[in-house]
Ligand binder design. Sequence first.
Ligand code: ADP
Ligand code: MG
Length: 347
Amino acid sequence: MDNNKRLLPFATGLLLLGVAFFLLYQRPVSAEFSGSTMGTRYQIKIADLPREIEQTYIENQIFTTLDQVDKLMSTYKPNSDVTRFNRAAIDESVIIDKQTLEVIQLSKLIYTLSNGAFDITVSPIVQLWGFGPEFKQNKLPSANDIQRALDKVGFDKIQITDNPPALEKLQDVEIDLSAIAKGYGVDQVAKLLDTHNIENYLVEVGGEIRVKGTNRAGQRWRIGIETPSVIRSGARQAIAIDNASIATSGDYRNFFEVEGKRYSHTINPLTGKPVEHNLASVTVVSRSCAEADALATAMSVLGPKRGFELAVESKLAAYFLVRENDGYQQLMTDSFRDIVDNQTKPH
Ligand code: ADP
Ligand code: MG
């Protein structure tokens, strides 16, 4: 009996220790992966990777997911859906993957919504202005060159078939999914993590981001909005979002100057020229990252006036930074302001 009395606290202690070890062992771990894809970098942060999921396994799955999007939508890979379509003859039906179809259909929606400002057939003009892979620009194209390039632009020159997924060019036309594929890659990785019941993550490809849940510290993910380097401090925005995507399109990263004039890599498919307004960047928050990515580009083309009007009409969460003589003006739609106002509320 005496012995038993002495043993009881000992056994309880052992049991508690066991439970503590078990709980610790069960606790998810955090993990970070990064690498190159689609001609840019990706970064994935997982705050709650379940112990039973091997890090190398999920890392491989992430890479395969992104690689698949790249293989289908690359403008350079010889067997991508995009290249096969670009090389196809007029009236030849090109079978494409369901993923490519999904991206093309979303592109068409945003083409329609933006009255042609977002157009995946814009590449002849992108090349003409020297933003393609071939050369860098130091002189400007002539009005004739622009007209010839414009003749090969227009989403309505493409016929889309759903079943089986296929594309057909009705006239000489090419596609380039650069302004939407990164966002789509982000969505695909997020889907992958969702199917593994991972609840807290940040996925980023080339600056386009989707987040869910909280970071390692248990706080909502905070995303700093990339702003032009010369911006006055105080105008920057950093926002906390959950279960949402954020994409920024801006002319401060990729542009050239001829005689002091700035030419953006965002092209207006209606004029055949780089956009010229004083919009420095547009940031869009949306559920889908592909949508945010494409919408940000669409509104960059439309500019601070028409782009902002469209954002308001379509009830988008959008933030515009407009260059002014002595600095920058910020514009935000009500939905974006709601997100900013929401920051102070506890999670
Ligand atoms: P940003 O971050 O500035 O939006 P992206 O990489 O998302 O840049 O998109 C830029 C690319 O989109 C360009 O390199 C070009 O290939 C393509 N692009 C340019 N203008 C348009 C347009 N009006 N519609 C669709 N794609 C475009
Ligand atoms: Mg974009």
